[in-house]
Ligand binder design. Structure first.
Ligand code: BES
Ligand code: MN
Ligand code: MN
Length: 462
């Protein structure tokens, strides 16, 4: 029986080639022009699970994209691990900023990835990380090293809010029954200092629309005499933060969980260089809520950000015009105890209330989800910690992430089990950005580490 390290060494090229094939499929869930590609990707994931050794693999139909479900039950008396991941990816634009085409994966070296990184949309988020689980499972089956039952649930709508997965989970509680949920869709501090994600932020995503006159107007003939929706919208948005960068929506902070001094001191112990952070982003300073550090601002504190804003003339040259409408997409990242539907309501009420006479404002809720925190004394966390310690030679640090995977809170609600978030990506891997990549080291380390999680988890559950 080989160990997972040997397996990775002996199969390195094949493991990379197979992931590269999967990354060629443009499974962009947000854009219906790619719907056939999304479905083809689901098929490919299904085949990979069949080949790896699942007894049952199905494409489960939903109102949206199918969910790939697979299982290998070796003994109903043993624990069951449910693996969650997603096969959909973010849109690739702005495409002109990619140094190689987003769906033609290539391996290039970077400062942080001297052994090379695979550049492609979805390389890290989440095809590469999801596929580590398929390959780790393949290893366990081929080497008689699977110590417990496994179920796979790989969805195709994570990047657009997991609506169909919510529908599926509510209808399949028995089928999805498990002892722990295992997810690789987050990151870690660095290749030298692994970490395990113990928290995710919640999310409320809204679109706002400001309407002024019934048509676009000549900005000379009418300018100064009617409300300009773009001027008004930007002013309203600017008022959403005060001079300390606190969010001004009344009630927004009412339920925010405040961490104790001890918890914050503990957090501050993680290795972090502000100089390095600024340098990697080419910024001369950081910016954010007064009274909090950078790592607090991006994890334990809620935020409000404009994600996109448009209206009026943006083509070549100049056009003198007062637009009839202006729009923005706004996301609010939430922390434990804030309820996303309640926050959405508070935002809507406030935003409508600050609209001046002369415009109409509409707030359209888009999607959202609750935040999540998980304890480090659970068997799942402890097993993951031991697994990383074996393969990295360093004990992983628990870290609360600023990102969101809204479905994780719903898993706990509907299935009653905790999620263990074993991420292997780096924050600098440019997920959702041009030139997304995933380190070859990280991909292979993931495949090596995951089987050890199964081993320790099963042992510790006895
Ligand atoms: N995998 C990410 C979330 C993530 C990345 C969490 C890194 C922690 C560390 C996920 O695919 C994602 O992008 N989620 C969205 C929310 C979703 C509702 C579109 C997000 O966080 O913006
Ligand atoms: Mn993801
Ligand atoms: Mn994502």
């Amino acid at each position: 029986m080989k160990d997972s390290k040997q397996f990775v060494q002996e199969n390195k090229q094949r493991l990379l080639d197979e992931l590269i094939e999967l990354l060629k499929k443009p499974s962009i869930s947000a854009d219906s022009a790619y719907s056939q590609d999304v479905i083809n990707t689901a098929e490919a994931v299904k085949e990979s699970l069949e080949k790896a050794g699942c007894d049952i693999v199905e494409l489960c139909e939903t109102p949206g994209y199918p969910i790939v479900y697979g299982e290998k039950i070796i003994d109903p008396a043993l624990p069951t691990v449910l693996v969650y991941g997603h096969y959909d990816v973010q849109p690739a634009d702005p495409i002109e900023l990619w140094t190689s085409p987003p769906f033609e994966p290539v391996i290039k070296t970077t400062d942080l990835h001297p052994d090379g990184a695979i550049f492609a949309r979805g390389a890290c988020d989440d095809k590469g990380q999801m596929y580590m689980h398929v390959k780790a499972f393949e290893y366990m089956i081929a080497n008689d090293a699977l110590p417990c039952n496994v179920k796979f649930m790989i969805e195709g709508e994570e990047e657009v809010g997991s609506v169909s997965l919510g529908w599926f989970v509510k209808r399949n509680q028995e089928k999805l029954k498990n002892d722990v949920i295992l997810i690789s869709d987050t990151g870690m501090i660095s290749n030298e200092q692994p970490s395990i994600t113990t928290g995710l932020r919640g999310l409320s995503y809204v679109e706002v629309e400001v309407t002024g006159p019934n048509r676009d107007l000549h900005s000379g003939l009418y300018g100064g005499a009617v409300a300009n929706p773009i001027n008004v919208l930007t002013k309203m948005i600017a008022s959403l933060h005060d001079e300390n960068n606190h969010i001004t929506v009344p009630g927004f902070y009412d339920k925010v969980e405040e961490l104790s001094r001890e918890e914050r001191d503990e957090m501050a112990k993680r290795p972090f260089s502000l100089e390095d952070y600024k340098q990697k982003l080419d910024i001369d300073d950081v910016y954010g809520e007064a009274g909090y550090t950078t790592n607090e601002r991006n994890s334990i504190r809620p935020t409000l950000d404009v994600n996109g804003i448009w209206g009026g003339y943006t083509g070549e040259g100049a056009k003198t015009v007062i637009a009839s409408k202006a729009f923005a997409k706004i996301s609010m990242r939430l922390v434990p105890n804030q309820d996303w539907e309640e926050i959405t309501e508070l935002f809507k009420k406030h935003f409508e209330s600050i609209a001046p006479a002369g415009v109409r404002v509409e707030v359209k809720p888009h999607h959202g989800g609750q935040g999540y925190v998980t304890p480090i004394d659970s068997i799942g966390y402890q097993a993951a910690s031991k697994a990383y310690t074996d393969t990295f030679g360093v004990t992983p640090i628990p870290v609360r992430s600023g990102g969101s995977i809204p479905i994780v809170a719903l898993f706990e609600e509907e299935l009653g089990s905790k999620s263990v978030m074993m991420g292997f990506g780096l924050d600098t891997d440019a997920i959702h950005s041009p030139n997304e990549h995933f380190g070859v080291f990280n991909y292979l380390k993931g495949i090596e580490t995951i089987p050890l999680f199964y081993k320790y988890y099963t042992e510790m559950m006895k």
